[in-house]
Design a protein around this ligand. Structure first.
Ligand SMILES: [Zn+2]
Length: 118
């Protein structure tokens, strides 16, 4: 993963966050225009469900963008591609698939319990 590819991934991720935020905003707008009588309005319930789904997608997208920001910071510091657990090198293929990943495949596949037990 070179800096340009990482920057492109960050840009895509930021766009994704922005478009989800717009969708959520317009949904909130629609809701405030529709009747306030949500309990007896089946459409009101649907909007509430859609809104909850969009909020979930938005926070996941924001998290991904933040992870990519941290990956860019690690790259600037020269730590990119090093495992946060064992300090080993993370495979290029793994970084290609998951640009923001912080651990090597060995550490990632190790059971979580054993890591926290130490
Ligand atoms: Zn590792």
């Amino acid at each position: 993963m070179d800096p340009t590819a990482l920057a492109a991934a960050r840009e895509r991720s930021a766009d994704h966050v922005a478009s989800l935020r717009r969708a959520l905003d317009s949904l909130v707008e629609d809701q405030s225009l529709s009747s306030a009588d949500d309990e007896h309005d089946p459409e009101g319930v649907t909007i509430a469900v859609q809104r909850a789904q969009l909020q979930g997608l938005l926070s996941a997208a924001e998290e991904e963008r933040d992870e990519l920001d941290r990956a860019a910071q690690r790259m600037a510091a020269g730590d990119y591609g090093r495992c946060a657990e064992c300090g080993g090198v993370i495979g290029a293929e793994r970084l290609e698939a998951l640009p923001a990943v912080r651990t090597c495949i060995t550490c990632a596949s190790r059971p979580r319990r054993r890591r926290t037990a130490r």
